[in-house]
Design a protein around this ligand. Structure first.
Ligand SMILES: [Ca+2]
Length: 135
């Protein structure tokens, strides 16, 4: 019994080693997965209907599309997650971080409701992005 248990433990360790070797260590922008440190923008409420995930602040959403689609994200965000545990994420009505804004605290998530639905055209992390006007 003792040797069988040791063998089982050794097999589990081999599997763990293989998984570690094939799993990317770094989060990747726009890979369809909302990773730590990313801003994740969703087409529909409750984090559904398409995702755009990025590690970067964006001064314009022009040309950016939801992962695996041709649907542009500009003026189409209905929910968002701020996976950065240290910095507040701000969304802006206009390009270049201008117009109305909505802040998502570090590590928080939100649905954009009412007149704030389908409104946003740029974003940045205050504290982490030079020139980001949010608090
Ligand atoms: Ca990602």
């Amino acid at each position: 019994m003792r040797s069988a248990r040791v063998l089982a433990a050794a097999s589990a360790m081999s599997v763990a080693a293989i998984l570690a070797a094939t799993t990317p260590a770094q989060a990747a922008s726009n890979d369809g997965t909302c990773n730590t440190d990313e801003a994740c923008i969703y087409r529909l409420a409750d984090y559904s209907g398409g995702i755009y995930d990025t590690l970067s602040s964006k001064k314009s959403y022009s040309g950016l599309v939801f992962h695996g689609t041709s649907t542009t994200i500009d003026n189409k965000a209905s929910a968002a997650k701020n996976r950065d545990p240290d910095n507040n994420l701000w969304f802006y009505q206009l390009d270049n971080w201008a117009g109305d804004r909505w802040g998502v605290p570090a590590g928080a998530s939100t649905n954009f409701t009412g007149s704030d639905d389908n409104k946003w055209s740029s974003h940045c992390w205050s504290g982490a992005t030079a020139g980001c006007p949010g608090g």
